[in-house]
Each structure stands twice: as C-alpha cells, then as structure tokens.
Design a protein around this ligand. Structure first.
Ligand SMILES: [Zn+2]
Length: 125
C-alpha cells in the first residue's frame, strides 16, 4: 500500500513564470537559493531583477504573466503610484513593492516598465 510514496514527482517549475523545467542542465539557481529559474527568465531579466522578482512573488504570490495584460495600463499604474505617495497613504517602499508586483503579474519586464516610466517622466517635464 505504500506504492504512492515511491513515485517521485519530477516536476520543477520556474520560480518566476511557472514554466515547467524539463532540461535540468539548463536551469539557473538564484543566489538567494529561493528559486530555480528557467532559461527564458534568465535571459529576459538581469541577475538583480531576478532576486527582486523572486522576493516579490515569495511575499505576495502569483507569478510573472499570471494576469491578462491587455487591459493593463503602465501609465495608470504610475499615476496611481504618484497619487498615493502624494496623499501620504503609504510608505514608499511598500507602495513600490506593490507596484512591481502588479507590473510583473501582468507580464511586463522591469526593463519594459522603466522604459515607459522614463518616457512618461520626460513627457511630464
Ligand atoms: Zn521562467
């Protein structure tokens, strides 16, 4: 009756995008040892970003690209962030982390976001 215990699940999922990792020789382990990263994520994020992203998903759940990005607006997110800070509702750090969680769950990379952010700030000046 103990046959179920002998079945080892071989499934490894990427800590960032939850993709199945089949080729184990091709994985990247984050320096904090919190996660295993697929090749695609290793390529699309910098090492620094990877640590930040893993920490965020570790704290808030979900994963990269979990939500539909078609009705997500980077501009609205930035405006909301600025507005909340102005009103002094929250501290910068927690607000910042929440914003990143929102951005990442919609499948937007930090690189992409920062590009939009700088374009937006230039426009405002
Ligand atoms: Zn991945």
């Amino acid at each position: 009756m103990n046959t179920s215990n002998t079945t080892i699940t071989n499934e490894i999922k990427c800590s960032i995008c939850r993709a199945d990792i089949k080729d184990r020789h091709n994985v990247y382990q984050s320096s904090l040892k919190l996660g295993i990263i697929c090749n695609l994520c290793k390529q699309r994020f910098s090492d620094e970003d990877i640590e930040m992203i893993i920490n965020i998903f570790f704290a808030f759940g979900e994963f990269f690209g979990a939500r539909d990005r078609s009705n997500f607006s980077i501009e609205d997110t930035i405006l909301e962030f600025a507005k909340n800070l102005d009103e002094g509702k929250v501290n910068f750090h927690s607000q910042n982390v929440r914003m990143w969680h929102k951005v990442l769950t919609h499948g937007i990379t930090p690189k992409e976001f920062l590009k939009e952010l700088s374009a937006f700030s230039e426009q405002e000046l």
